[in-house]
Design a protein around this ligand. Structure first.
Ligand code: NAP
Length: 264
């Protein structure tokens, strides 16, 4: 099997990366960071986000597993002291695959015929740094509301524990093929009105955001951020593609939620 190991870049993660690489080569696996069948990330959830974007062109043939060199994470759910156990699992046992939904974002610009298609593992956010964002929200082709406020966040179920949670969005189990739209500080008074609650949209319900005030927008996809001047629309829906995680033991999602946010 072909593998690669990525690192957050700190000394602890780099040392662990080297150890894992040496172990797996000794076990007869092939190091290949061009076309890996399994990607092992060492660092945190952010490190796995980076690895996802590096290998998102080959999601069909690649599985991910994350080791956390800080506290336990959602994508990185193995601890450094478990590395030997994990390496033996990878080398010796066929692993189970768990698939999580992704978000597809299609950006269209005024004056351009071609669109840009992007994939997010956590979320896409749309903000207008210079003044309030004014944005029509259409769901399944029908106008739902005009949003005024700081911005909007459209997240995947596995991204629901990240930025979405800080916005008061619900935590969604990643077995649900859906996306969540959460508001950032909407203006609500007698003139302006939004629904005020996060919305969860099932597969094939497309959400179209149409900015109305032609200002510069800040659009993020996971850890990437771009400024855009002439955005006509941002189309969001559950992607056809999924991310595959290699699972070697059960680690229920709600247990991860409890351990991350509540503790013992
Ligand atoms: P960062 O600002 O360095 O770290 C963001 C934090 O979010 C890290 O602690 C990271 O965990 C954690 N995280 C990432 N994905 C997560 C998930 N699915 N569930 C729970 N926690 C998660 O940025 P980054 O490492 O490049 O990650 C980019 C992400 O930061 C974005 O996708 C967004 O979700 C998140 N973010 C959150 C807020 C907020 O909560 N107000 C604001 C901006 C961005 P690790 O320490 O394990 O890497």
């Amino acid at each position: 099997m072909k593998f690669t190991v990525t690192s957050r870049g700190d000394n602890v993660s780099n040392a662990l990366q080297q150890r894992i690489k040496t172990y797996l080569v000794e076990f007869g696996l092939t190091f290949d960071d061009e076309n890996p069948e399994i990607v092992i990330t060492v660092g945190g959830d952010g490190t796995l986000l980076h690895a996802f974007h590096t290998y998102k062109h080959r999601l069909e043939d690649t599985s991910f597993v994350g080791i956390h060199t800080g506290h336990l994470g959602f994508y990185a759910d193995w601890m450094p002291e478990e590395v030997e156990k994990l390496v033996i699992h990878i080398a010796k046992t066929p692993f189970q695959i768990v698939e999580y939904p992704l978000l597809e974002v299609v950006l269209r610009h005024y004056g351009e015929n071609k669109s840009e298609r992007l994939l997010a593992l956590n979320e896409c956010t749309v903000k207008s740094p210079e003044e309030s964002l004014v944005c029509n929200v259409e769901i399944k082709g029908e106008k739902f509301e005009t949003f005024r406020g700081d911005g909007l966040c459209i997240s995947t179920p596995s991204g629901s524990t990240a930025y979405n949670k800080a916005l008061g969005g619900a935590i969604l189990h990643p077995s649900l093929a859906c996306i969540q739209l959460a508001e950032m500080a909407s203006i609500n008074n007698r003139v302006y009105r939004t629904v005020g609650s996060p919305l969860v949209l099932p597969q094939h319900h497309t959400c179209l955001l149409k900015p109305q005030n032609y200002v510069k927008l800040q659009i993020t996809i996971d850890h990437f951020s771009w400024s855009h001047q002439k955005v006509k629309s941002i189309q969001c829906r559950v992607a056809e593609e999924k991310i595959k995680f290699a699972r070697f033991r059960p680690f229920p999602f709600w247990k991860r939620v409890r351990e991350s946010f509540i503790g013992d």
